[in-house]
Design a protein around this ligand. Sequence first.
Ligand SMILES: Nc1ncnc2c1ncn2[C@@H]1O[C@H](COP(=O)(O)OP(=O)(O)OP(=O)(O)O)[C@@H](O)[C@H]1O
Ligand SMILES: [Mg+2]
Length: 271
Amino acid sequence: MSDLIVDPQQYVITKEPYYEEVNSETSLYDAAYRVRMPMMLKGPTGCGKSRFVEYMAWKLQKPLITVACNEDMTASDLVGRFLLDKDGTKWQDGPLTTAARIGAICYLDEVVEARQDTTVVIHPLTDHRRTLPLDKKGELVEAHPDFQLVISYNPGYQSLMKDLKQSTKQRFGGLDFDYPEEDLEVSIVSKEAGIDKETASKLVQIAHRARNLKGHGLDEGISTRLLVYAAQLISSGVNADVACSMTMVTPLTDDPDMRDTLNAAVQTFFG
Ligand SMILES: Nc1ncnc2c1ncn2[C@@H]1O[C@H](COP(=O)(O)OP(=O)(O)OP(=O)(O)O)[C@@H](O)[C@H]1O
Ligand SMILES: [Mg+2]
C-alpha cells in the first residue's frame, strides 16, 4: 500500500506568464504568501484571476496545482481515495493532499460550485492547524511549510443557497479583481493577440458599452477573455464584425433584442 511519489518540479511553471498588474495585487499577494495566508480572489469571469495565480506561482517558484470545482465534486475528489488494482487496494492522494504534501499553491477555481460538505475539508488546512485528516486512510497530513490555499469566487453568480459559509469565508484574505481600466485592457488585448492598439481599443470600447448592460438584460459584461478571443480571430484574418459577433455576442445571450443591441455596438466601431 504505497503512496505515489510526486515530483513537485512537474507543477512548477517555468515560463513567465504574461500578467499586467492592475492594482498592487502582486505585492499584496507576496505579503499574504509570506505568512501563508489562504487567499480568496473575487471577480467576474475572464478578468485575470487564474492568470494572476499562474504568474504569482511562477514568481514565487512554487508548484501550482489547480482544481476546477463543480457541484458533483466530493471530498474524496479533493483528498483522495482507495483504488483497486491487481495487488489489492492502493491509496491515491487527491490534488489537495498532493499540494499539502509537496508545498504547492493549491488553487480551487470556482469553489462556490462545490457542495458545502466538500468545502469543509479545507477548514483544518486553513487555520493554525495546517493539517489535512485523511479519515479513510487514518492519516493526518501536516501541510508542507510552503503550502498555500487560494480560491476564486465570482460574486455575481451566487444565490443565498450557493454561497460559502461564513466559517469558510473567514479563513481567507481577499483580493478584488475586475476588468482592467481602459488603457491597460487595450495593452493586454493587443499583446495577447498580437493586434494593433487601435483595433484593440475599439474592442475595449465595445466591451465598455456591453458592461453597462449588466443587470439590464445581460448577466455578465464582455470579459477581457472574450476581447482576447475577438482579437485573435481578427489577427488570423476573420472580418472584425464577424469576429465580434462570434466572441462578444453569440456566447453572451440568446435574447434577440439584446443581440441586436450588442451587434449595433459592434457596427458603430467596425461597420
Ligand atoms: N492583468 C492581466 N494581464 C494579462 N492578461 C490578462 C489580464 N487580465 C486578463 N487577462 C487575459 O484575460 C484572459 C482571461 O483571464 P483568466 O483566465 O485569468 O480569467 P479568470 O478571472 O480566471 O476567469 P474565470 O473566473 O472565468 O476562471 C487571460 O487568458 C488573459 O488573456
Ligand atoms: Mg479562472
